[in-house]
Design a protein around this ligand. Sequence first.
Ligand SMILES: Nc1ncnc2c1ncn2[C@@H]1O[C@H](COP(=O)(O)OP(=O)(O)O)[C@@H](O)[C@H]1O
Ligand SMILES: [Mg+2]
Length: 270
Amino acid sequence: MKTLVFSNHKGGVAKTTCAFNASVALAKLGFRVLGIDVDQQGNFSDSCGVDLEELEKTQRNALRMMLDDKSEFSDFTRPVRNRFDVIPCSLDDDAETLVSGLSVSRELRLKRKLVAARPNYDFCIIDTPPSLGIVTVNALAVSDLTIVPIQPSRYALLGLKQLLKKIAQVRDDLAPEMLVMALLTRFVERQTFDKAVHTEVVNRFGESLVFNVAIPKAVAIEEAAATKESVIETESESVGSFAFRKFAKEILEVIGYEEKQTQGTSRITR
Ligand SMILES: Nc1ncnc2c1ncn2[C@@H]1O[C@H](COP(=O)(O)OP(=O)(O)O)[C@@H](O)[C@H]1O
Ligand SMILES: [Mg+2]
């Protein structure tokens, strides 16, 4: 199992949208995907069709899972699509405070819990909150590939240095194999401004650490989100769908998984 973490301290840069669409795309390619929402806003869980009010009552969320020494990860999973399960999250400040207050290995709670999931899934895809607190650190600690979505805007790169520094700190301490890559989102190809941001992102990350595909700004992507679907499902021939499918294929290349022609339960080759 390889773990992808979508992280950016800014909100509204399409972390959740990209995490959800990548999950659907990889599951469609035949890979087994475990999505994890560690953002109390629960947007990823909502995209997956989870009832957030019910979840607030039962508290079967990813944060409680991190605190629970007795239960298995599988006690918290719910099916979303073929080959795609989710461990959801909703408002639960008390749980986050409890994780912060742990005196022993509080950064590694998620990593430890997920050891048992490794044989069951090819990908674990984690959507994080727009902050760099203890919960995000737990996600980064288990990350093989951290994807930083960047939406072109005047302030898109503000604070990027601090974000990358924090990610590098966690990598050095807890996840030495982690790769960090940028993904341009809500991108408008014909806008000179967006192109300038793209060039700047390439300068900062290095060309090989920026995904070739940029996710275009597209109404179809938003409309699909409104019905808790992926644009791949609602408008499979649209530019948005094409971009997310290309994104999934690039992920496979980076991770070193091979795409196979056969439709099996799993297409993992190494
Ligand atoms: N490529 C896109 N084109 C158009 N709208 C998008 C695109 N990606 C995301 N959005 C919209 O932008 C908003 C913020 O996206 P979201 O994924 O929730 O960001 P984050 O998780 O970083 O806060 C949502 O309303 C979403 O539907
Ligand atoms: Mg989000």
